[in-house]
Design a protein around this ligand. Structure first.
Ligand SMILES: Nc1ncnc2c1ncn2[C@@H]1O[C@H](COP(=O)(O)OP(=O)(O)OP(=O)(O)O)[C@@H](O)[C@H]1O
Ligand SMILES: CC(C)(CO)[C@@H](O)C(=O)[O-]
Ligand code: BAL
Length: 285
């Protein structure tokens, strides 16, 4: 597997593949790869002949007091893992290559609706940064298909919306959340947890499962009260909850009691590590 850090040689390498009528898949990441990322590479392989991964810690999607500086950067180990997973090419640009005009004077993409609540409200500017960099990556790589994880469910909806609204000629595919044995969603940020915090963290997934069960099996429809009681439960375990909400899974607006396709989404801090997770709930037949 080759690593390319500049846009011009990447475009030439991909033009050759495209001439040979190869279907190209893109798997965008921020690196520090784990089994969730590698499962995305495998998914991409099933939908394309040539798989490109990208590793870029995008400053535009981080807020001023967030973890941009301490975000783990492990390029050599990531290259080994990608090679082992059958990735064909890695694009790992510098910030200067992606933003030659600097961070202030860039065109930004603003996605409405699905980007407004949850992480959009908790991290102002975050999805503008995600949408902008993902659109740039799509324009640079011009993939036929791009793969994203459902752990970042709202991000997936933002990207699906952007592709539809801007008529981008590619298909978005997605992967269910890959979890550790105790249920914790794999995430690069898990590495920042202390041993004690790591033992506590699965309570997030346990709460989500209990809430889903209350809705599907016990017929609970008082969503605000259900959220409030689980927020209190998480707080008792020392988590600082950013949000815990039940939404309509497509629009990501607050769920009404007659909505059939729901998403329960949570973001919470354990120490200075912010974890997110979600569960999809289908009601009716
Ligand atoms: N556990 C997981 N299961 C499935 N997909 C995942 C998982 N973790 C990350 N992904 C997906 O991998 C892609 C790249 O994500 P990213 O590099 O930010 O990894 P991450 O582990 O989510 O890190 P972070 O701690 O920043 O959330 C995204 O599409 C994301 O949804
Ligand atoms: C999609 C992405 C690579 C854009 O920077 C990032 O938000 C991520 O890793 O989920
Ligand atoms: N995986 C989501 C990217 C972020 O938290 O910035």
């Amino acid at each position: 597997m080759k690593t390319i850090s500049q846009i011009a040689p990447l475009r030439s390498a991909l033009a050759t593949r495209r001439k040979a009528a190869k279907r190209i898949a893109l798997v965008p990441t921020m690196g520090n790869l784990h089994a969730g990322h590698l499962a995305l590479i495998e998914l991409a392989r099933r939908h394309a002949d040539f798989v490109v991964a990208s590793i870029f810690v995008n400053p535009l999607q981080f807020g001023a007091n967030e973890d941009l500086d301490r975000y783990p950067r492990t390029l050599a180990a990531d290259e080994q893992k990608l090679q082992g997973a059958g990735c064909d090419l890695l694009f790992a640009p510098t910030v200067a290559e992606m933003y030659p005009q600097g961070m202030q004077s860039q065109t930004r993409l603003c996605v409405g609706g699905v980007a407004q609540r949850l992480c959009g409200a908790a991290r102002p500017g975050h999805f503008e940064g995600v949408a902008t960099v993902v659109c740039k990556l799509f324009n640079i790589v011009q993939p036929d298909v791009a793969a994203f994880g459902r752990k970042d469910y709202q991000q997936l909806r933002v990207i699906e919306t952007l592709v539809e609204d801007l008529n981008l000629p590619l298909r978005i595919i997605s992967l269910p959340t890959v979890r550790d044995l105790d249920g914790l969603a794999l995430s690069s940020r898990n590495g920042g947890l202390t041993d004690e915090q790591r033992k506590t963290a699965p309570v997030l997934w346990q709460s989500l499962q209990q809430m889903a069960k209350a809705i599907t099996e016990d017929g609970e429809r008082d969503y605000p009260t259900l959220c409030a009681s689980h927020k209190a439960h998480l707080a008792q375990h020392g988590l600082r909850v950013d949000y815990l909400e039940i939404c309509a899974a497509d629009s990501l607006q607050a769920a009404r009691t007659d909505d059939q396709k729901l998403l329960i989404a949570v973001a919470a801090f354990l120490g200075n590590v912010r974890l997110i997770d979600n569960i999809e709930v289908m009601l009716g037949s």
